[in-house]
Design a protein around this ligand. Structure first.
Ligand SMILES: Cc1ncc(COP(=O)(O)O)c(C=O)c1O
Length: 406
């Protein structure tokens, strides 16, 4: 027994295989070739274009009426806020445990992100803390289905209805994940997805906003297409939109990924559950709980809590490095809650207009702070397209680290 057995210090790696992402084959290459040869690479009103077909197929998959494909997930969120009619100074409730875009898009519509702490077991927004953050200026809640694990949507929708708030689901981690057998993204007023390279469906960059609401759809659609309206002329602009359109290349790739998605969701879900069982046996490693209503988890990330006192007191950064060296794509997670990022601490908001009274220096979300600084870590989604044996090897790698830390 000794450190030299660990791959980080020159020992053998526990997992020799790699976990490729993105996954692609001949189908993707042919689809891209077809777009190239069609000569139609950007927007067209043709309902048979890749973008139109993808919007329809994704909406059908989620069980919603409308989808608007855009340049990225951030824009899907921002256009949802604009379509909801937010006004400067309105407050939007967000969790601090997310990619910065969940909150920065709020600033980009001149509104004020109000951070509500997370639940220590799921790292999703704590539904019991939402109501105390609501003021007469609150306009919307953006629940993030962190890692692909459903937020407490019944409670969130009930609070929103009582206070007349919009719910904009940040489902950027949650392609194909479910809550009571309903696809995430289809429950709020709008749902927003990202197709950035790391996501469970990806086209390099890309995003989509989905909704059942005809008016929200009309607005988002116009805003993403330079304020045009269906049937309007090319140089006729009704709203202050911009060009946020997806290309036909991205949509061609995404159509193929959508064909594979359900099978991949089932595989990740079953491997994630199995790994949770295995890791629950290791003292000092606690996989996050999935909500009982989460009928499918997309495991964009497999987050777990790390207790350094059970691992010879090494920091989570060191632990992540040791585990990565053993062949497990493992990361130490978001280093800080969003509000601790310099942009919020220093209010480097450029031309966006946020009231002078708003300050993030005193914001405190202790559960999120502990998750970022001490406990929270994750393994990435590509691993969960592996086999059950790979899950066993991950547990083995952690046991090996534990046994050889002296
Ligand atoms: C939770 C979350 N929200 C929003 C986004 C923004 O998506 P994009 O990078 O496509 O703009 C991301 C992606 O990185 C994300 O992880």
């Amino acid at each position: 027994m000794g450190k030299e057995k660990l791959a980080y210090y020159g020992g053998n790696k526990t997992i020799g295989r790699s976990f490729p992402w993105p996954v692609y084959g001949e189908k993707e290459i042919q689809a891209l070739k077809k777009v190239v040869e069609s000569g139609v690479w950007g927007i067209t009103s043709d309902p048979e274009s890749s973008v139109s077909r993808f919007e329809k197929a994704f909406a059908d998959y989620l069980g919603v009426k409308h989808a608007v494909a855009v340049v990225n997930g951030s824009v899907a969120l921002r256009l949802s806020l604009m379509a909801a009619g937010v006004k400067p100074g309105d407050e939007i409730i967000v969790p601090p445990m997310s990619f910065i875009a969940t909150a920065s898009v709020v600033i980009e519509v001149n509104c004020v992100p109000v951070f509500v702490d997370i639940d220590p077991d799921t790292y999703n927004i704590d539904p019991d803390k939402i109501e105390e953050a609501i003021t007469p200026r609150t306009k919307a809640i953006i629940p993030v289905h962190f890692a692909g694990n459903a937020c407490a949507m019944d409670k969130i929708m009930e609070i929103a209805a009582r206070h007349n708030l919009y719910v904009i689901e940040d489902a950027c981690h949650a392609h194909g994940a479910e809550y009571r057998n309903r696809k995430l993204g289809s429950i709020g007023h709008t749902g927003c997805f990202s197709f950035q390279s790391s996501k469970n469906m990806c086209s390099g960059e890309g995003g989509i906003a989905v909704t059942d609401d005809d008016t929200l759809h009309e607005k988002i659609s116009s805003l993403h297409n330079v304020g045009r309206k269906p049937g309007g002329a090319w140089y006729e602009h009704f709203n202050l939109g911009c060009n946020y359109r997806m290309t036909q290349f991205q949509a061609a790739l995404l159509l193929i990924q959508l064909e594979r998605l359900e099978e991949e969701v089932v595989k990740r879900d079953s491997n994630g559950l199995y790994l949770s069982e295995l890791l629950n046996e290791i003292d000092g490693i606690t996989p996050l709980l999935r909500a009982p209503e989460a009928t499918k988890h997309s495991y964009h990330l497999f987050p777990f809590k790390y207790d350094r006192s059970k691992f010879n007191n090494i920091s989570k950064k060191e632990f992540a490095e040791l585990l990565a060296a053993e062949g497990v794509p493992c990361f130490m997670g978001y280093p800080e809650p969003i509000y601790r990022q310099p942009v919020f601490q220093k209010k480097n908001f450029f031309s966006y207009v946020i009231p002078d009274s708003v300050s993030y220096t005193d914001v405190s979300c202790p559960v999120c702070e502990e998750a970022c600084h001490e406990k929270g870590m994750w393994i990435t989604q590509n691993v969960f397209l592996g086999e059950r044996k790979d899950m066993e090897m991950i547990a083995e790698a952690i046991r090996k680290i534990k046994a050889n830390l002296q």
